[in-house]
Design a protein around this ligand. Structure first.
Ligand code: PLP
Length: 318
């Protein structure tokens, strides 16, 4: 027996979690040519970005009313679009203007600002990605950090999961993407073991990265960070730039699990939080269990550099 639309009774609403505007962070999104409150920024469930994780994005932060290293984030975003053969109706200046407007309209002086493009949906639900209409969006919400203030002070407690990061032969990690199932599974491993966050491995069994961050270790005043199979983070790049300014040796290299456990200092890096110390790995302290001196020096420099006009640009508030 066939059903008509009239035969189908509406289902009772069992939860308003996804429709309650108060459940959204305070912010402004740009979508389909309009600036909207976050609660009104919605996409189709048929969008390939949602159905197939077919999307690329970038996140830049605003601190004290200034974007930090926006040019590098735009480079990475436009690089990802090209590699995924996506096109958007805005050039660099156009995207820059949209990001400024999202932050200005939100009124935030410390913001997490995301630009993203999904493959989009095709009007016929075709399986051919070339028929989908790519969709650019952006939003600005309050700044968020991987580590909270207490964790920043005492250092994070991290577990190394045996989950393996999706290899670069499958997905070029320089295309910033939402393929996070490996990272999320690693995170649950970490929670099960009483840790606060996770690091997962590369395909050779060395340390790769964590959910939303790169990792550095320091041994005998020399810094190293995983070379392959990781997102080339802008904060990671900033650490290299700061080390060059400070005369510190830093290099991308294989970082074994043992090397990380035996390091003098360990820290993670992300636009969401900057440079963040790690003082516990798999239940054992890193060195004396306190954030290290070089980490502290780099953290201070990192935030100081937010005042340098060479690395930061003021948001155009009205
Ligand atoms: N690695 C992954 C998987 C990420 O998602 C991120 C940021 O979201 C990072 C590393 C850090 O990159 P960035 O310093 O550019 O924020």
């Amino acid at each position: 027996m066939s059903q008509t639309a009239q035969d189908i009774r509406p289902l009772p609403v069992v939860s308003d979690r996804h429709v309650d505007p108060h459940a959204y962070p305070d912010g402004i999104a740009f979508l389909d040519g309009q600036y909207l409150p976050m609660s009104q920024a919605k996409i189709s469930v048929l969008d390939w970005g949602f159905l197939h994780s077919d999307a690329t994005y970038d996140t830049v932060h605003v601190w004290n009313g200034c974007f930090f290293r926006l040019d590098l984030h735009l480079d990475r975003f436009f690089g990802g679009l090209e590699k995924l053969r996506m096109t958007i109706p805005f050039d660099r200046d156009g995207v820059t203007e949209i990001l400024h407007n999202c932050v200005a309209l939100s009124g935030h002086s410390a913001a997490y600002v995301e630009m993203l493009c999904t493959r989009g949906a095709s009007p016929t639900f075709s399986r051919d990605p070339r028929q989908a209409i790519n969709r650019f969006m952006a939003f600005a919400v309050p700044f968020g950090s991987v580590a909270n203030p207490e964790q920043l002070q005492r250092g994070l407690n991290v577990a190394i999961s045996d989950k393996v990061r999706i290899p670069p032969a499958s997905i070029d990690p320089a295309i910033k993407n939402y393929h996070w199932l490996d990272l999320v599974r690693g995170l649950y491993d970490a929670y099960d073991r009483g840790a606060e966050t996770a690091l997962i491995l590369d395909f050779n069994g060395n340390v790769a990265e964590g959910p939303g961050f790169n990792v550095f270790c320091i041994k005998a005043n020399k810094l190293s960070t995983p070379a392959i199979g990781v997102l080339p983070g802008i904060t990671r790049r900033t650490v290299f730039d700061l080390c060059a300014l400070e005369g510190l040796f830093a290099t991308p290299a294989d970082v074994s699990v043992a090397a990380l456990r035996e390091a003098d200092e360990v820290f993670i890096t992300s636009t969401a939080g900057g440079i963040m110390p790690v003082t516990m790995i798999d239940g054992s302290p890193v060195a004396d269990g306190r954030p290290g001196a070089i980490t502290g020096r780099l953290m201070a420099l990192y935030w100081d550099k937010h005042k340098d006009p060479a690395w930061s640009s003021a948001v155009r508030y009205p």
